[in-house]
Design a protein around this ligand. Structure first.
Ligand SMILES: Nc1ncnc2c1ncn2[C@@H]1O[C@H](COP(=O)(O)OP(=O)(O)OP(=O)(O)O)[C@@H](O)[C@H]1O
Length: 406
């Protein structure tokens, strides 16, 4: 920042009592001219100061805007592949989608192909990442206020109740545990098939408690950040302390906490180190303040029992596939914004979809909507749902794999 110029010196009038009236007049004239000159300089400086103030106000506005954008939504990580006159071609990590995006305020002249950037839902570049935040940003997804509420979750009433008691209450009212003199559970482990709402539950509890939601996937730690797992686990807890109250969500924890294998490959040693770091972070956890940990796994049978010791993940909550009532509720939730014909019988569809997970039911509703669109209709009929079901079953039969929706 440039320093402000020093103020001009105040002119001094020196009148000698022995001066003749002409000399006095002359001295007064000189003094007057000096005062006018100083005044002019001050006016110029005032103008510069006004301009500077305007510049700074603009800068504050833009920083506030940037701050709001960064706080309001999750950002995704992408790599700038090519910087062209028409915009910047970016490739999103995770799905490898390539997009041409326009220059945004966050794009500096220094942006080069190969730089990693944080992008919003509309692919606008919100920040250019430096290498240090880069691995963190890729490995951890931070959401200041997740948009999921308990009402968005179908079925799972008992599980929600348990999560409220073990995670929400200690976060929103830690004093009640102090008063009784017991430690709230450090960690809660959700286990059950993929797509049953485990991540939704963790997000909803963060939303309900105004806590920051920080997600890390165990599989990514092992596959993408080879050699960095233990450090990233340390960073994860550090980041949570910076954002207290916070909910740490470790998805696919089995990837870093499965039973020790006999083989002694370097990959295994790395996974072990990552798990040891996680255990030590959890053991030293009580002093960390208002942070709760939720982990999720589809492979409960594979877990190393060490992580289930008291003081670690000592509350286990099973999140099963939904029953008839749960499936009906999930279908109601996912068709809430859809234009359904009166004859659509959601309970009937729920009865036909035993074994479907929440994620599969959500896809079924979308697939039914696609049939209506193909037919140039806005209203979704029972026939669309039946067609969607039939398509799903055919795909399931031919692929021989578990039900997969397009
Ligand atoms: N119980 C549910 N109620 C409403 N929607 C659900 C439910 N379960 C799953 N869904 C839908 O499926 C999507 C995926 O669910 P979610 O990510 O919570 O599953 P998960 O159990 O964490 O799966 P994974 O183990 O694969 O991470 C949700 O975004 C939602 O659209």
């Amino acid at each position: 920042m440039s320093r402000s110029p020093s103020l001009p010196e105040r002119p001094h009038l020196d009148l000698d009592p022995d001066m003749s009236p002409e000399e006095r007049l002359e001295a007064l004239r000189d003094h007057f001219e000096e005062v006018v000159e100083v005044n002019q300089k001050l006016e110029e400086q005032l103008e510069v100061a006004h301009d500077r103030r305007e510049e700074l106000t603009d800068e504050v506005d833009s920083l506030e805007r940037e701050n709001r954008t960064l706080k309001s939504s999750s950002l995704y990580v992408a790599t700038a592949e090519e910087v062209t006159d028409d915009g910047i071609i970016i490739k999103q990590h995770g799905n490898n989608q390539e997009v041409l995006t326009e220059n945004t305020a966050a794009v500096t002249e220094d942006l080069e192909a190969g730089d990693r950037v944080a992008i919003d839902d509309s692919f606008g570049i919100q920040a250019v990442l430096d290498p240090e935040t880069d691995a963190r940003a890729q490995a951890m997804q931070i959401d200041q206020s997740p948009a999921v509420t308990y009402d968005d979750i179908g079925g799972l009433e008992e599980q929600t109740q348990e999560v409220v008691e073990t995670v929400e209450d200690p976060l929103s009212d830690p004093k009640q545990f102090d008063a009784v003199g017991i430690e709230p559970p450090s960690g809660v482990l959700l286990h059950g098939p993929p797509g049953t709402g485990k991540t939704m539950l963790a997000r909803a509890v963060a939303n309900e408690t105004d806590a920051t939601f920080i997600r890390m996937a165990g599989s990514e730690l092992v596959q993408k950040f080879i050699g960095e797992g233990a450090k990233l686990v340390r960073d994860l807890f550090e980041l949570a302390s910076e954002h207290e109250p916070a909910v740490i969500f470790i998805d696919e924890i089995d990837a870093i906490a499965s039973k020790r294998t006999e083989s002694k490959t370097s990959g295994d040693a790395e996974v072990q180190r990552t798990m040891m770091q996680l255990l030590s972070e959890m053991d030293g956890f009580e002093d960390r303040g208002n942070i709760r940990i939720i982990a999720a796994t589809n492979r409960f049978d594979m877990l190393d029992r060490a992580i289930l010791r008291p003081g670690r993940f000592d509350r286990l909550i099973e999140v099963p596939e939904p029953d008839l009532e749960g499936r009906t509720r999930i279908l109601e939730i996912h068709t809430d914004d859809m234009n359904l014909a009166d004859a659509v019988d959601l309970e009937g569809i729920a009865a036909e979809t035993e074994g479907f997970t929440g994620a599969e039911l959500a896809s079924l509703a979308t697939e039914a909507g696609m049939f209506a669109i193909r037919d140039s209709r806005a209203e979704v009929t029972m026939a669309d749902f039946n067609n969607a079901l039939e398509k799903v079953r055919e795909e399931d039969d031919t692929s021989g794999t578990p039900i997969a929706f397009a």
